[in-house]
Design a protein around this ligand. Structure first.
Ligand SMILES: CCCCCC/C=C/C(=O)SCCNC(=O)CCNC(=O)[C@H](O)C(C)(C)COP(=O)(O)OP(=O)(O)OC[C@H]1O[C@@H](n2cnc3c(N)ncnc32)[C@H](O)[C@@H]1OP(=O)(O)O
Length: 359
Protein backbone atom coordinates (compact mmCIF):
# COMPACT_ATOMS: atom_id res chain seq x y z
CA UNK A 1 0.00 0.00 0.00
CA UNK A 2 1.35 3.42 -0.99
CA UNK A 3 1.93 5.98 1.79
CA UNK A 4 -0.03 9.15 1.18
CA UNK A 5 1.29 12.64 1.89
CA UNK A 6 -1.34 12.82 4.64
CA UNK A 7 0.01 9.62 6.31
CA UNK A 8 3.43 11.18 6.23
CA UNK A 9 2.24 14.52 7.65
CA UNK A 10 0.36 12.68 10.39
CA UNK A 11 3.51 10.74 11.27
CA UNK A 12 5.50 13.97 11.46
CA UNK A 13 2.92 15.38 13.91
CA UNK A 14 2.92 12.13 15.89
CA UNK A 15 6.66 12.33 16.49
CA UNK A 16 6.16 15.58 18.36
CA UNK A 17 3.63 13.89 20.64
CA UNK A 18 5.75 10.87 21.59
CA UNK A 19 5.63 10.38 25.36
CA UNK A 20 9.09 8.85 25.56
CA UNK A 21 12.33 10.14 24.07
CA UNK A 22 13.10 7.49 21.41
CA UNK A 23 16.87 7.96 21.83
CA UNK A 24 19.48 9.50 19.61
CA UNK A 25 19.86 6.61 17.19
CA UNK A 26 16.16 6.62 16.31
CA UNK A 27 16.05 10.41 16.14
CA UNK A 28 18.94 10.32 13.72
CA UNK A 29 17.08 7.81 11.50
CA UNK A 30 13.93 9.94 11.63
CA UNK A 31 15.89 13.03 10.68
CA UNK A 32 17.56 11.31 7.72
CA UNK A 33 14.30 9.79 6.44
CA UNK A 34 12.49 13.10 6.83
CA UNK A 35 15.12 14.93 4.79
CA UNK A 36 15.13 12.21 2.12
CA UNK A 37 11.32 12.20 1.98
CA UNK A 38 11.04 15.97 1.66
CA UNK A 39 14.20 17.02 -0.19
CA UNK A 40 15.43 13.84 -1.86
CA UNK A 41 19.05 12.58 -1.81
CA UNK A 42 21.54 14.62 0.17
CA UNK A 43 23.34 17.09 -2.06
CA UNK A 44 24.34 19.80 0.42
CA UNK A 45 28.02 20.31 1.35
CA UNK A 46 29.37 18.14 4.17
CA UNK A 47 29.74 20.18 7.41
CA UNK A 48 33.25 20.66 8.80
CA UNK A 49 34.82 18.01 11.01
CA UNK A 50 34.34 20.12 14.13
CA UNK A 51 30.65 20.68 13.49
CA UNK A 52 30.05 17.33 15.17
CA UNK A 53 26.29 17.27 15.37
CA UNK A 54 25.54 18.58 11.87
CA UNK A 55 28.17 16.24 10.45
CA UNK A 56 26.47 13.28 12.12
CA UNK A 57 23.11 14.33 10.71
CA UNK A 58 24.61 14.84 7.26
CA UNK A 59 26.23 11.37 7.39
CA UNK A 60 22.88 9.76 8.27
CA UNK A 61 21.04 11.53 5.44
CA UNK A 62 23.83 10.88 2.94
CA UNK A 63 23.83 7.18 3.89
CA UNK A 64 20.32 6.86 2.39
CA UNK A 65 21.90 7.31 -1.05
CA UNK A 66 19.36 7.39 -3.87
CA UNK A 67 16.39 6.05 -1.89
CA UNK A 68 13.28 7.55 -3.49
CA UNK A 69 11.16 10.14 -1.69
CA UNK A 70 8.23 7.75 -1.72
CA UNK A 71 10.24 4.90 -0.12
CA UNK A 72 11.67 7.29 2.49
CA UNK A 73 8.14 8.46 3.38
CA UNK A 74 7.05 4.85 3.80
CA UNK A 75 10.02 4.02 6.04
CA UNK A 76 9.40 7.14 8.09
CA UNK A 77 5.73 6.27 8.63
CA UNK A 78 6.62 2.65 9.55
CA UNK A 79 9.26 3.78 12.01
CA UNK A 80 6.92 6.28 13.71
CA UNK A 81 4.19 3.69 13.91
CA UNK A 82 6.54 1.20 15.62
CA UNK A 83 7.49 3.91 18.12
CA UNK A 84 3.92 4.92 18.88
CA UNK A 85 2.94 1.36 19.77
CA UNK A 86 6.00 0.75 21.95
CA UNK A 87 5.83 4.14 23.67
CA UNK A 88 4.27 3.96 27.13
CA UNK A 89 3.37 6.74 29.52
CA UNK A 90 5.87 7.01 32.33
CA UNK A 91 4.42 5.34 35.41
CA UNK A 92 3.83 7.65 38.33
CA UNK A 93 4.89 4.72 40.52
CA UNK A 94 8.44 4.58 39.15
CA UNK A 95 10.51 3.41 42.11
CA UNK A 96 12.88 6.03 43.47
CA UNK A 97 15.85 3.77 42.80
CA UNK A 98 15.12 3.87 39.06
CA UNK A 99 15.02 7.64 38.88
CA UNK A 100 18.14 9.55 37.99
CA UNK A 101 19.69 11.21 41.05
CA UNK A 102 19.43 15.00 41.00
CA UNK A 103 22.52 16.88 39.87
CA UNK A 104 23.48 20.07 41.68
CA UNK A 105 27.01 21.31 42.05
CA UNK A 106 29.48 19.31 40.01
CA UNK A 107 32.00 19.52 42.81
CA UNK A 108 31.15 19.27 46.49
CA UNK A 109 33.79 20.16 49.06
CA UNK A 110 33.29 19.30 52.74
CA UNK A 111 35.55 19.39 55.78
CA UNK A 112 35.00 17.16 58.79
CA UNK A 113 37.06 15.19 61.30
CA UNK A 114 40.32 16.63 59.99
CA UNK A 115 39.54 15.51 56.43
CA UNK A 116 38.71 17.78 53.51
CA UNK A 117 36.80 15.81 50.89
CA UNK A 118 36.57 16.94 47.27
CA UNK A 119 33.74 14.97 45.69
CA UNK A 120 33.13 14.81 41.93
CA UNK A 121 29.37 15.12 41.68
CA UNK A 122 28.07 14.49 38.16
CA UNK A 123 26.88 10.93 38.64
CA UNK A 124 24.67 10.91 35.54
CA UNK A 125 27.74 11.73 33.45
CA UNK A 126 29.90 9.28 35.36
CA UNK A 127 31.65 12.28 36.95
CA UNK A 128 33.29 13.34 33.67
CA UNK A 129 35.43 16.43 34.26
CA UNK A 130 34.21 19.64 32.66
CA UNK A 131 36.53 22.61 32.13
CA UNK A 132 34.86 24.34 35.08
CA UNK A 133 35.50 21.32 37.28
CA UNK A 134 39.27 21.45 36.61
CA UNK A 135 39.21 25.10 37.73
CA UNK A 136 37.11 24.22 40.77
CA UNK A 137 39.37 21.34 41.79
CA UNK A 138 42.40 23.63 41.57
CA UNK A 139 40.62 26.16 43.80
CA UNK A 140 39.53 23.43 46.24
CA UNK A 141 43.08 22.05 46.47
CA UNK A 142 44.50 25.51 47.05
CA UNK A 143 41.98 26.09 49.85
CA UNK A 144 42.58 22.63 51.35
CA UNK A 145 46.34 23.21 51.40
CA UNK A 146 45.72 26.12 53.80
CA UNK A 147 42.74 24.87 55.83
CA UNK A 148 42.73 23.14 59.22
CA UNK A 149 42.42 19.64 57.84
CA UNK A 150 45.15 17.02 58.01
CA UNK A 151 44.25 14.90 55.00
CA UNK A 152 42.60 15.70 51.65
CA UNK A 153 40.51 13.16 49.77
CA UNK A 154 39.30 13.03 46.17
CA UNK A 155 36.32 10.77 45.50
CA UNK A 156 33.22 10.45 43.31
CA UNK A 157 29.42 10.33 43.73
CA UNK A 158 27.39 7.45 42.37
CA UNK A 159 28.64 4.28 40.72
CA UNK A 160 31.70 5.79 38.98
CA UNK A 161 34.81 7.39 40.38
CA UNK A 162 35.35 9.42 37.21
CA UNK A 163 35.08 8.86 33.44
CA UNK A 164 37.97 11.24 32.73
CA UNK A 165 37.92 14.37 30.67
CA UNK A 166 34.43 15.37 29.54
CA UNK A 167 34.70 14.83 25.80
CA UNK A 168 32.16 17.56 25.14
CA UNK A 169 34.79 20.05 26.40
CA UNK A 170 36.10 19.84 22.84
CA UNK A 171 32.91 21.26 21.39
CA UNK A 172 33.01 24.51 23.34
CA UNK A 173 35.06 26.48 20.86
CA UNK A 174 35.69 30.19 21.35
CA UNK A 175 36.30 32.71 18.59
CA UNK A 176 39.94 31.53 18.49
CA UNK A 177 38.71 28.14 17.25
CA UNK A 178 40.44 24.83 17.74
CA UNK A 179 43.94 26.31 18.14
CA UNK A 180 42.77 28.49 21.01
CA UNK A 181 40.90 25.59 22.62
CA UNK A 182 44.07 23.47 22.47
CA UNK A 183 46.22 26.30 23.83
CA UNK A 184 43.94 27.00 26.80
CA UNK A 185 43.53 23.24 27.40
CA UNK A 186 47.31 22.89 27.63
CA UNK A 187 47.54 25.68 30.21
CA UNK A 188 44.65 24.35 32.29
CA UNK A 189 45.99 20.80 32.24
CA UNK A 190 49.44 21.97 33.29
CA UNK A 191 48.03 24.10 36.15
CA UNK A 192 45.80 21.28 37.32
CA UNK A 193 48.59 18.71 37.44
CA UNK A 194 51.09 21.22 38.91
CA UNK A 195 48.67 21.74 41.75
CA UNK A 196 48.64 18.01 42.49
CA UNK A 197 52.44 17.82 42.31
CA UNK A 198 52.79 20.68 44.80
CA UNK A 199 49.99 19.68 47.15
CA UNK A 200 51.60 19.80 50.62
CA UNK A 201 49.36 17.48 52.68
CA UNK A 202 48.61 13.76 52.37
CA UNK A 203 46.38 13.34 49.33
CA UNK A 204 44.19 10.24 49.21
CA UNK A 205 42.06 8.91 46.34
CA UNK A 206 38.97 7.03 47.46
CA UNK A 207 38.18 5.24 44.21
CA UNK A 208 34.50 4.33 44.61
CA UNK A 209 34.04 2.80 41.12
CA UNK A 210 35.53 2.65 37.62
CA UNK A 211 38.13 5.27 36.74
CA UNK A 212 39.03 6.41 33.22
CA UNK A 213 41.65 8.65 31.57
CA UNK A 214 43.06 11.52 33.57
CA UNK A 215 41.42 10.30 36.78
CA UNK A 216 43.68 7.25 36.51
CA UNK A 217 46.89 8.92 35.38
CA UNK A 218 46.96 11.41 38.26
CA UNK A 219 46.78 8.56 40.79
CA UNK A 220 50.57 8.32 40.52
CA UNK A 221 50.67 11.74 42.22
CA UNK A 222 48.51 10.70 45.19
CA UNK A 223 50.03 9.48 48.43
CA UNK A 224 47.52 6.69 48.99
CA UNK A 225 44.88 5.12 46.71
CA UNK A 226 42.06 3.05 48.20
CA UNK A 227 39.74 1.27 45.78
CA UNK A 228 36.53 -0.72 45.91
CA UNK A 229 36.83 -4.14 44.29
CA UNK A 230 34.29 -2.84 41.71
CA UNK A 231 36.78 -0.26 40.42
CA UNK A 232 38.58 -0.59 37.11
CA UNK A 233 41.44 1.51 35.77
CA UNK A 234 41.43 2.42 32.10
CA UNK A 235 43.57 4.83 30.04
CA UNK A 236 42.28 4.59 26.45
CA UNK A 237 44.56 7.34 25.10
CA UNK A 238 45.57 5.65 21.84
CA UNK A 239 41.92 4.86 21.10
CA UNK A 240 41.22 8.58 21.46
CA UNK A 241 44.23 9.68 19.39
CA UNK A 242 45.66 11.25 22.54
CA UNK A 243 48.72 10.73 24.71
CA UNK A 244 49.36 10.23 28.44
CA UNK A 245 49.15 13.08 30.93
CA UNK A 246 49.10 13.55 34.71
CA UNK A 247 52.85 12.68 34.76
CA UNK A 248 51.90 9.05 34.04
CA UNK A 249 54.57 8.76 31.33
CA UNK A 250 57.02 9.04 34.23
CA UNK A 251 55.14 7.74 37.30
CA UNK A 252 53.59 4.62 35.72
CA UNK A 253 56.85 3.02 34.49
CA UNK A 254 58.35 3.87 37.87
CA UNK A 255 55.44 2.34 39.80
CA UNK A 256 54.82 -0.78 37.71
CA UNK A 257 57.76 -1.21 35.33
CA UNK A 258 57.93 -0.06 31.73
CA UNK A 259 56.22 -2.97 30.00
CA UNK A 260 53.23 -3.02 32.33
CA UNK A 261 52.97 0.77 32.00
CA UNK A 262 53.11 0.48 28.21
CA UNK A 263 50.30 -2.07 28.24
CA UNK A 264 48.09 0.51 29.97
CA UNK A 265 49.26 3.75 28.38
CA UNK A 266 49.82 2.52 24.81
CA UNK A 267 47.30 -0.27 24.41
CA UNK A 268 44.67 0.91 26.89
CA UNK A 269 44.59 -2.34 28.89
CA UNK A 270 41.89 -1.96 31.51
CA UNK A 271 42.94 -3.21 34.95
CA UNK A 272 40.78 -4.62 37.69
CA UNK A 273 41.29 -3.17 41.16
CA UNK A 274 43.24 -6.25 42.18
CA UNK A 275 45.50 -5.97 39.14
CA UNK A 276 46.06 -2.27 39.80
CA UNK A 277 46.95 -3.14 43.39
CA UNK A 278 49.35 -5.86 42.29
CA UNK A 279 51.02 -3.29 40.00
CA UNK A 280 51.38 -0.79 42.85
CA UNK A 281 49.01 1.83 41.46
CA UNK A 282 46.45 1.09 44.19
CA UNK A 283 47.40 0.85 47.86
CA UNK A 284 44.61 -1.46 49.02
CA UNK A 285 41.38 -2.94 47.67
CA UNK A 286 38.25 -3.30 49.81
CA UNK A 287 35.06 -5.33 49.23
CA UNK A 288 32.44 -3.00 47.77
CA UNK A 289 29.93 -3.77 50.54
CA UNK A 290 32.21 -2.45 53.28
CA UNK A 291 34.33 -0.05 51.22
CA UNK A 292 32.99 3.27 52.50
CA UNK A 293 32.84 2.17 56.13
CA UNK A 294 36.33 0.68 56.24
CA UNK A 295 38.04 3.43 54.28
CA UNK A 296 36.55 6.33 56.20
CA UNK A 297 37.28 4.66 59.55
CA UNK A 298 40.88 4.26 58.44
CA UNK A 299 41.14 7.86 57.23
CA UNK A 300 39.60 9.24 60.41
CA UNK A 301 42.26 7.43 62.42
CA UNK A 302 45.05 8.76 60.16
CA UNK A 303 43.67 12.29 60.38
CA UNK A 304 44.51 12.33 64.09
CA UNK A 305 48.23 12.06 63.35
CA UNK A 306 50.27 15.24 63.90
CA UNK A 307 49.65 17.40 60.80
CA UNK A 308 53.07 19.04 60.74
CA UNK A 309 54.88 15.72 60.86
CA UNK A 310 52.78 14.52 57.94
CA UNK A 311 53.50 17.65 55.90
CA UNK A 312 57.21 17.52 56.55
CA UNK A 313 57.45 13.82 55.77
CA UNK A 314 55.53 14.32 52.52
CA UNK A 315 57.81 17.18 51.61
CA UNK A 316 60.90 15.00 52.03
CA UNK A 317 59.40 12.14 50.04
CA UNK A 318 58.30 14.42 47.17
CA UNK A 319 61.29 16.79 47.19
CA UNK A 320 63.62 14.66 45.06
CA UNK A 321 61.01 14.33 42.37
CA UNK A 322 59.31 17.72 42.15
CA UNK A 323 61.46 19.32 39.51
CA UNK A 324 61.29 16.23 37.34
CA UNK A 325 57.50 15.97 37.73
CA UNK A 326 56.99 19.60 36.71
CA UNK A 327 59.16 19.09 33.64
CA UNK A 328 57.28 15.92 32.69
CA UNK A 329 53.95 17.70 33.17
CA UNK A 330 54.97 20.60 30.94
CA UNK A 331 56.10 18.25 28.19
CA UNK A 332 53.05 15.97 28.36
CA UNK A 333 50.73 19.01 28.25
CA UNK A 334 52.52 20.42 25.24
CA UNK A 335 52.41 17.08 23.38
CA UNK A 336 48.70 16.77 24.14
CA UNK A 337 48.04 20.20 22.69
CA UNK A 338 49.41 18.91 19.37
CA UNK A 339 47.41 15.70 19.68
CA UNK A 340 44.15 17.62 20.20
CA UNK A 341 44.69 19.23 16.81
CA UNK A 342 45.25 15.89 15.05
CA UNK A 343 42.76 14.14 12.78
CA UNK A 344 43.11 10.98 14.89
CA UNK A 345 41.91 12.78 17.99
CA UNK A 346 39.17 14.76 16.24
CA UNK A 347 37.78 11.63 14.58
CA UNK A 348 37.75 9.72 17.88
CA UNK A 349 35.91 12.52 19.66
CA UNK A 350 33.49 12.99 16.77
CA UNK A 351 32.75 9.28 16.94
CA UNK A 352 32.00 9.44 20.71
CA UNK A 353 29.85 12.54 20.27
CA UNK A 354 27.97 11.19 17.28
CA UNK A 355 26.74 8.34 19.45
CA UNK A 356 25.24 10.90 21.83
CA UNK A 357 24.36 13.69 19.39
CA UNK A 358 21.21 15.47 20.51
CA UNK A 359 19.04 16.11 17.47
C1 LIG B 1 42.06 20.57 30.76
C2 LIG B 1 41.86 19.41 29.86
C3 LIG B 1 42.60 18.24 30.33
C4 LIG B 1 42.37 17.06 29.46
C5 LIG B 1 43.31 15.99 29.79
C6 LIG B 1 43.21 14.81 28.89
C7 LIG B 1 42.33 13.80 29.46
C8 LIG B 1 42.09 12.69 28.82
C9 LIG B 1 41.13 11.71 29.29
O1 LIG B 1 40.57 11.73 30.37
S1 LIG B 1 40.80 10.53 28.14
C10 LIG B 1 39.38 9.67 28.73
C11 LIG B 1 38.13 10.34 28.29
N1 LIG B 1 37.01 9.53 28.71
C12 LIG B 1 36.46 8.59 27.95
O2 LIG B 1 36.87 8.31 26.84
C13 LIG B 1 35.24 7.90 28.50
C14 LIG B 1 34.05 8.13 27.62
N2 LIG B 1 32.88 7.47 28.19
C15 LIG B 1 32.64 6.16 28.03
O3 LIG B 1 33.37 5.44 27.40
C16 LIG B 1 31.41 5.63 28.71
O4 LIG B 1 30.50 6.68 28.91
C17 LIG B 1 31.74 4.96 30.07
C18 LIG B 1 32.52 3.66 29.82
C19 LIG B 1 32.53 5.88 30.98
C20 LIG B 1 30.43 4.59 30.80
O5 LIG B 1 29.62 3.80 29.94
P1 LIG B 1 28.13 3.44 30.37
O6 LIG B 1 28.12 2.81 31.71
O7 LIG B 1 27.53 2.67 29.24
O8 LIG B 1 27.42 4.85 30.53
P2 LIG B 1 27.05 5.92 29.39
O9 LIG B 1 28.03 5.83 28.28
O10 LIG B 1 25.61 5.79 29.05
O11 LIG B 1 27.33 7.28 30.18
C21 LIG B 1 26.31 7.98 30.88
C22 LIG B 1 26.31 9.42 30.42
O12 LIG B 1 27.58 10.00 30.73
C23 LIG B 1 28.18 10.54 29.56
N3 LIG B 1 29.63 10.43 29.67
C24 LIG B 1 30.32 9.45 30.25
N4 LIG B 1 31.62 9.70 30.17
C25 LIG B 1 31.76 10.87 29.52
C26 LIG B 1 32.88 11.65 29.14
N5 LIG B 1 34.13 11.29 29.43
N6 LIG B 1 32.65 12.79 28.48
C27 LIG B 1 31.39 13.20 28.19
N7 LIG B 1 30.27 12.50 28.53
C28 LIG B 1 30.49 11.35 29.20
C29 LIG B 1 27.63 9.67 28.44
O13 LIG B 1 27.77 10.30 27.21
C30 LIG B 1 26.19 9.54 28.89
O14 LIG B 1 25.54 10.77 28.61
P3 LIG B 1 24.04 10.81 28.03
O15 LIG B 1 23.22 10.15 29.08
O16 LIG B 1 24.08 10.04 26.74
O17 LIG B 1 23.76 12.26 27.85
Amino acid sequence: MRTSQKDFNDAVSQVKLLKEDPGNEVKLKLYALYKQATEGPCNVPKPGMLDFINKTKWDAWNALGSLSKEAARQKYVDLVSSLSTSSKSPSPETPAADRKPPEGNSLVVTSEDGITTIRLNRPTKKNALTTQMYHDIIAALQAASKDESTITVLTGSGDYYCSGNDLTNFTHLSAGGLEEMARSGEVLLRDFVDCLIDFPKPLVAVVNGPAVGISVTILGLFDVVYATDRATFHTPFSHLGQSPEGCSSYTFPKIMGSSKAAEMLLFGKKLTAQEACARGLVTEVFPDGTFQKEVWARLKAYSKLPPNALRISKQIIRKQEKEKLHAVNAEESSVLRERWLSDECMNAIASFLSRKAKL
